[in-house]
Design a protein around this ligand. Structure first.
Ligand code: MAN
Length: 497
């Protein structure tokens, strides 16, 4: 009777006495190979029945190959080597007695043509050590994972409490904001009234000054045109002004002069100011007396186009500017402005406080909406960034935030994506993350990264690669991914001693 110990997923299970079985039969199939009372064998797929002596007679009878587990007779046959001391192995039946040692216990080669050395004890020992190493890693990882989970839960509690506090704070901050807004409006109303009044007075003053200037200009022009000083401007006084030449024939006719005088032969000062001046002021040019043309002093000189040049007197210009500038507010208005300024600033501060609370609330809500695993264990990775450098690039992963790539030779960073979602299979949801919508790839997709999580002693980005153009993959090890189970990917996850 052989005692078997199964190490499945690192848990050693001692089975009861196993059933004796023909060569090449797996322990799990042994029950099919018990000759019943009639001494018959039923193919495992149940399709046919043969005398039990047909089992391993080196002739294939069953369609599923189950009557020849220990020979190479069936093309679809499977040979199981027990490999005591190590793990069982299933090989295609074609490898039985093919001159190559496939099983570590050498049972696949029994023809005597080749002598296989049994290496199962040695391999089993190595495997056991490897399993123990992984188990230790897992145990330590699980311990850390528990600590992370505690930190994560505490963090979530703190954030939750802070969020509740902020929601209360917001109510009072909003009430204060509204109160200060009302006060601001109350202070701004009289301020506006006073400022409008001031502005209106200034507009009126400007209009008055402009009318005054206009009247003075009209009067000056009248006096200049009235060359005989008879207090009328008449047709003959007009014809000597070239600018009144309507048809541009070089001569101002009496008709043209009359047209400018609104068909009158002569006009007095009042008529000139009110009726004639508004129509001629754009074209009128004062005559330049001969002598002042020489020294350029008596009146502003005309340039080559006959236009009056601007007096080059900067001081006069400054004086004019000052004249056009609205005077300062009176004291009463200034007091109102100061009061409104104070109310405005108080409101701005209260408004900013509400906005800042809102920003914090929104950031906390985003945090609360993140899925940090069944026990909040992944929250320790939040706000942490990790880097991995290969021959060409330094890759960066800021967990739950973004992933990027930076050429080692310098140059700008390329976004490989921002936090998207957990992307592991349904039964292992937290085994991978997707970062998506990174910088668009020329003639290709937006860049994206799949991060594969594996159990490891520390949080570390251990590899970055690009399985297909602009679709990246990162390997990340972390204690948070330690589960106490050795995944089927791990070497020798199953053993038989
Ligand atoms: C850059 C990098 C590469 C990527 C190419 C695609 O060179 O982002 O990883 O494959 O662009 O053009």
């Amino acid at each position: 009777m052989i005692m078997k110990a199964l190490l499945i997923n690192c848990f050693i299970v001692i089975t009861s006495a196993t059933i004796p079985r023909p060569r090449g039969v797996a322990d799990s199939n042994a029950s099919h190979y018990q000759p019943n009372n009639e001494g018959v064998f039923v193919c495992i797929d149940g399709s046919q029945t043969f005398p039990y002596s047909y089992v391993n007679d080196d002739y294939c009878d069953c369609a599923d190959g189950s009557d020849e587990p220990g020979t190479s007779a069936c093309p679809n046959g499977k040979f199981t080597c027990t490999n005591a001391g190590h793990r069982p192995l299933i090989v295609p039946a074609s490898r039985v007695n093919d001159g190559v040692c496939d099983c570590c216990d050498g049972t696949d080669e029994y023809s005597g043509n080749i002598a296989c050395v049994n290496t199962c004890q040695e391999l089993g020992k190595k495997h056991k050590e490897e399993v123990e190493r992984i188990m230790k890693l897992q145990e330590e990882g699980i311990k850390k994972k528990k600590e992370f989970a505690e930190t994560g839960k505490k963090m979530k509690e703190e954030k939750k409490a802070r969020l509740e506090q902020l929601q209360t704070d917001r109510e009072s901050a909003e009430a204060e904001r509204q109160e200060l807004e009302t006060k601001k409006e109350e202070a701004e109303a009289p301020e506006k009234e006073a400022k409008d009044k001031h502005q209106q007075a200034w507009d009126e003053e400007k209009a008055r000054r402009s009318a005054e200037k206009e009247a003075a200009a009209a009067s000056t022009a009248f006096q200049e045109l009235d060359s005989n000083n008879d207090n009328f401007v008449d047709v003959l006084e007009m014809v000597i002004h070239n600018e009144f030449d309507i048809d541009s024939n070089g001569v101002v006719s009496e008709e043209e002069a009359k047209e400018h005088l609104e068909e009158a032969d002569k006009v007095d000062m009042d008529t000139f100011v009110s009726k004639i001046w508004p129509n001629v002021k754009q074209i009128y040019k004062p005559l330049v007396p001969e002598e002042s043309q020489a020294d350029g002093e008596a009146s502003p000189p005309a340039d080559s186009q006959g236009e009056t040049a601007t007096p080059p007197d900067e001081e006069a210009k400054t004086a004019e500017d000052t004249e056009d500038k609205m005077p300062d507010y009176d004291e009463e208005t200034q007091v109102l402005i100061e009061a409104a300024d104070i109310a405005r600033n108080a409101f701005i501060a209260a408004d900013e406080k509400v906005k800042s609370i809102d920003r914090e609330i929104s950031s906390l809500q985003s945090y609360m909406n993140l899925d940090f695993g069944n026990d909040e264990e992944f929250s320790v990775l939040k706000d942490q960034c990790f880097e991995y450098t290969d021959r060409e690039y330094t890759y960066k992963l800021c967990a739950f935030d973004r992933a990027s790539q930076r050429p080692k030779s310098g140059g700008s960073e390329t976004s490989l994506g921002t936090w998207g979602k957990w992307s592991g299979p349904e039964n292992d949801r937290y085994s991978s993350q997707l970062y998506e919508r990174g910088q668009n790839c020329w003639n290709g997709p937006d860049r994206s990264v799949k991060v594969h999580f594996k159990c490891g002693p520390e949080n570390q980005l251990t590899n970055a690669y690009e399985p297909s153009r602009c679709e990246y993959a990162f390997d990340f090890i972390s204690p948070v991914s330690c589960s106490g189970k050795i995944s089927p990917m791990d070497p020798h996850s199953h053993d038989e001693l």
